[in-house]
Design a protein around this ligand. Structure first.
Ligand code: GSH
Length: 213
C-alpha cells in the first residue's frame, strides 16, 4: 500500500495515523496540484488533494476514510467500532463544524494564503475564526477537565482529527495556551512520537515559506 502525502495538515494527519498504528506503507511525497502531476493524480483523486491511499488497484481519499482503513488493516481500535463508535463520530463531526473549522479559518487566512500567494489576509475572517475558536476551545476545555482524551476509554482517531491544525497553531496565532485543559491534552498528544514528528526519516520537502505579512 502506498500513502501519498505532503506536509500540509490533512496528509500530515494520515501519515501520523499510519505511523502510530505501525502499518507497513510506502510513504510517497506528492504534489498533485502541480500542472505536470494533475493527469496522474486525477485518476487517484479527482479532487487533486492529499492524502491518498493506494491499495492494489483501488485508491482511497479523505483522511478519515484512510484512518478507518488503516485501523482495520492494523487490527486496531484506534478507529472505534462497536459501542464507542458513535461517541468517536460525534467528536469528529462536531470538530469539523466547530473547533477544526475555526482553526482552519484562521490558518487559511494567516498561513495558507501567505504560503501559496492566495491573496491578502482578510482580518474580518480571522476575527470570525478566532471568535469561533474561543467558543469551541472553551467547550473542549470543559469536556477535557479530568479526562485524558476525548473518549473516556482512551486515545482514538477523534483526538488526532480534532488536533489536525494544531501543529500550525503557533504560525496561525491560535491561542491554545489560554485553555489549560486543552493545552494539557495537546501536550499529551505531542508526547506521541508519530504525532510530534510523523515525517521522521521520510523524504518530505519542507512546505513553501510564508511570504511577509
Ligand atoms: N477533506 C480532505 C481535505 C484534503 C486537503 O484539503 N488536502 C490539502 C492539504 S490540507 C492538499 O492536498 N493540499 C495540496 C498539497 O498539500 O499538496 C481530507 O480530509 O483528506
Amino acid at each position: 500500500m502506498q500513502l501519498y502525502f505532503s506536509r500540509n495538515y490533512n496528509p500530515r494527519l494520515a501519515v501520523a495515523v499510519g505511523r502510530h498504528l505501525g502499518v507497513a506503507l510506502d510513504y510517497i511525497f506528492a504534489t498533485p496540484v502541480q500542472p505536470d502531476q494533475q493527469d496522474l493524480f486525477r485518476r487517484l483523486n479527482p479532487n487533486l488533494r492529499l492524502p491518498i491511499l493506494v491499495d492494489g488497484g483501488s485508491s482511497l481519499w479523505e483522511a478519515d476514510a484512510i484512518a478507518c482503513r488503516l485501523s482495520q488493516v492494523a487490527g486496531s481500535g484506534f478507529w472505534r467500532e462497536g459501542a464507542m463508535a458513535p461517541e468517536m463520530i460525534r467528536w469528529i463531526s462536531w470538530g469539523y463544524w466547530n473547533f477544526v473549522d475555526a482553526c482552519d479559518k484562521v490558518h487559511f487566512e494567516r498561513v495558507t494564503k501567505r504560503r501559496y500567494a492566495l491573496g491578502e489576509t482578510r482580518e474580518d475572517r480571522v476575527a470570525e475564526g478566532l471568535a469561533q475558536f474561543a467558543e469551541a476551545a472553551a467547550l473542549l476545555d470543559d469536556h477535557l477537565r479530568g479526562a485524558e482524551w476525548l473518549l473516556a476509554d482512551g486515545l482514538s482517531y477523534a483526538d488526532f482529527r480534532m488536533a489536525c491544525v494544531l501543529p500550525f497553531a503557533d504560525l496561525a496565532g491560535l491561542p491554545v495556551d489560554q485553555y489549560p485543559q486543552l493545552a494539557a491534552w495537546y501536550g499529551r498528544l505531542w508526547r506521541i512520537d508519530a504525532w510530534r514528528d510523523p515525517f521522521a526519516g521520510l523524504e518530505a520537502p519542507d512546505l513553501p515559506p510564508l511570504a511577509p505579512a
